[in-house]
Design a protein around this ligand. Structure first.
Ligand code: HEC
Ligand code: HEC
Ligand code: HEC
Ligand code: HEC
Ligand code: HEC
Length: 205
């Protein structure tokens, strides 16, 4: 082949303007793709009923006092039912009052800024506004006592060993977060598996 044959096939070298144009096209293309991916992630995660695990969304909410379950459950060895006293007795598990915390923290934690806050609440006689992590819609009925009793008797385990089924390993969480979707399908599946009632009125007002 002689040099100069088929000159039209030889690509012309892109000039500066072309490079800039390609650059912009490439960047907008990537940004568009990223946007689509992010939107898809949101849709999928909303569909699964779980908060996103990216961007720290599944970390659980910030609390007025950074309360570490890890320290109290693993290091101090407290049972879940020591603090969530109503969990074996009634519908809601309940979070302990400042007074219960103070049985230890009148003396424990002198160096801690978080304990300082706790003592301030106590001195003011104010309750702590803990941010709810799990919350079902108002039209749904739930009862802790029935579930704890049933599964601890059924499997011959302590009440505290039942919590993980729906809440995950809270004793290992520095910050409580929701790990199970707890959607209607999850409730109904387990009710069916355990021959518990699946009547609408069991769970709905
Ligand atoms: C020393 C007391 C204490 C002990 C022991 C304790 N908790 Fe808690 N728990 C709290 C406090 C205070 C909160 C509220 C602040 C927060 O969410 O971190 C809480 C929050 C929670 C929540 C979130 C409630 C919501 O808003 O949805 C769950 C679930 C929970 N605890 C489960 C457990 C389980 C399971 C155990 C045992 C492995 C346990 N807790 C042991 C004090 C305690
Ligand atoms: C049975 C005793 C006991 C009870 C009840 C208790 N705690 Fe504690 N707490 C401890 C001990 C022990 C530590 C570890 C202190 C340390 O590491 O210096 C601790 C650590 C903490 C810390 C971390 C302090 C830090 O900065 O490291 C916070 C915050 C805290 N507790 C808050 C609470 C709250 C809020 C309650 C009530 C819901 C509560 N505690 C109930 C014994 C208790
Ligand atoms: C069958 C599933 C299931 C089990 C087992 C379970 N929970 Fe819950 N828990 C829930 C649901 C659902 C909610 C939200 C309830 C609502 O919004 O009415 C909740 C809410 C909570 C809350 C915050 C609201 C309240 O009721 O005070 C705490 C604290 C809690 N659970 C602790 C516990 C502890 C401790 C155990 C084990 C002793 C336990 N849970 C076992 C499903 C469960
Ligand atoms: C791990 C399995 C399991 C899950 C998950 C579960 N349940 Fe249940 N539930 C049961 C069983 C078993 C019973 C029957 C208990 C009995 O017969 O004493 C029951 C009973 C109930 C009752 C009747 C309580 C009473 O007073 O007799 C209600 C209400 C209820 N569940 C609501 C729910 C809701 C709402 C959810 C989802 C957020 C849910 N359950 C998730 C197993 C489950
Ligand atoms: C074992 C408990 C349970 C039973 C039985 C149950 N539901 Fe539900 N239902 C829930 C829970 C929990 C929610 C809220 C979470 C969610 O939206 O999935 C819910 C939500 C709903 C919603 C609202 C959905 C939305 O998108 O807002 C409707 C409607 C509903 N249920 C209808 C029914 C009907 C009809 C029946 C009987 C055929 C029934 N449920 C039986 C637990 C139950």
């Amino acid at each position: 082949m002689l040099p100069g044959d088929f000159p039209s096939i030889i690509p012309t070298k892109p000039d500066r303007k072309d490079m800039v144009r390609f650059g912009i096209l490439g960047i907008t293309g990537l940004a568009g793709l990223a946007l689509v991916v992010i939107m898809l992630l949101f849709v999928i995660s909303a569909w699964l009923g779980r908060p996103l695990s990216m961007f720290g969304y599944d970390e659980g909410p910030d609390q007025p006092i950074v309360f570490p379950h890890t320290k109290h459950v693993q290091d101090v060895g407290l049972d879940c039912t020591f603090c969530h006293r109503n969990v074996t007795k009634g519908a809601s598990a309940t979070v302990p009052s400042v007074g219960l915390c103070m049985t230890c923290h009148t003396v424990v934690g002198d160096e801690s800024a978080e304990i300082e806050k706790l003592r301030d609440y106590h001195a003011q006689g104010e309750p702590i506004d803990w941010v709810r992590v799990h919350r079902l819609p108002d039209h749904v009925r739930f009862n802790h006592q029935a579930h704890i009793q049933y599964f601890s008797e059924q499997n011959n385990i302590l009440p505290a060993a039942v919590c993980a089924t729906c809440h995950g390993d809270v004793g290992n969480m520095k910050k409580v977060r929701q790990v199970e979707p707890l959607k209607m399908g999850n409730c109904v599946d387990c009710h069916r598996d355990n021959s518990a009632s699946t009547d609408c009125s069991t769970c709905h007002y």
